[in-house]
Unconditional design. Structure first.
Length: 225
């Protein structure tokens, strides 16, 4: 089984993270992971990027955390790109774009929440509702847009109640379930992500496998905690 983190933040681009590139590499290599998706908080979320810069410059700075991890992890850990998009506290993980593509799509910043899943599908992106259970106490309180293919049913930074709500929500709405650590610090007790029988070769390969429901949700202790 090849283990992949799907939800991780660098301190370079996410204002709430304490993780350097070396921290991320150490956490995941020592815990037996094959690769990691860097999903920093995007420009409309808890970003560390200077928002007064022109859009293209913001994207360049936003991707710096990802580039640092990828460069330093060469030969030790596969590193893929993603992001966490925010609608006033409602967050969606997005996979499938690279820096050059993001820089060409400034309208991405203005997509409405009801249309977001459709926009992502039209551009070949995978949109995953991140921790939809974070502020809910019952399944009835969780509303997942019908145009989102997947939800994060296990988040290693949340409680058992939160994750049980996520799993029930996925079953109710017939959504693909994913897992993620939502890692912001190296001493977090639990880790997650997705496991695959074969090694990933690209972000596109990851999207296709998730849509085929091939990934197994991981629930692992962090040996560094």
């Amino acid at each position: 089984m090849y283990l992949y983190e799907t939800h991780c933040h660098t301190r370079t681009a996410s204002a709430c993270s304490r993780l350097s590139a070396d921290d991320i590499i150490e956490v995941y290599t020592k815990n037996g992971y094959t690769g990691v998706f860097i999903t920093d908080h995007f420009l409309n979320g808890n970003t560390a990027v200077d928002r007064s810069l022109p859009y293209a410059a913001q994207i360049h700075d936003f991707c710096r955390g990802y580039r640092e991890v990828k460069e330093r992890a060469a030969g030790r850990l596969q590193v893929f790109f993603g992001l966490e998009y925010s609608f006033n506290g409602t967050d969606i993980l997005v996979y499938g774009w690279e820096e050059a593509q993001l820089a060409l799509h400034e309208e991405f910043m203005d997509v409405s929440f009801p249309r977001f899943g459709d926009y992502c599908a039209e551009h070949g992106l995978l949109a995953v509702y991140a921790h939809p259970f974070r502020s809910a106490r019952t399944v009835e309180e969780i509303s997942v847009p019908s145009n989102l293919a997947a939800i994060e049913t296990y988040n290693a930074a949340r409680t058992e109640l939160c994750n049980s709500l996520g799993a029930a929500c996925a079953e109710r709405d017939k959504k693909i379930g994913t897992g993620g650590s939502d890692l912001h610090a190296r001493d977090q007790k639990l880790l997650s992500g997705l496991g695959f029988r074969e090694k990933l070769v690209s972000e596109r390969d990851f999207i296709e496998r998730v849509l085929r429901r091939e990934g197994s949700v991981l629930k692992l202790p962090n040996i560094l905690a």
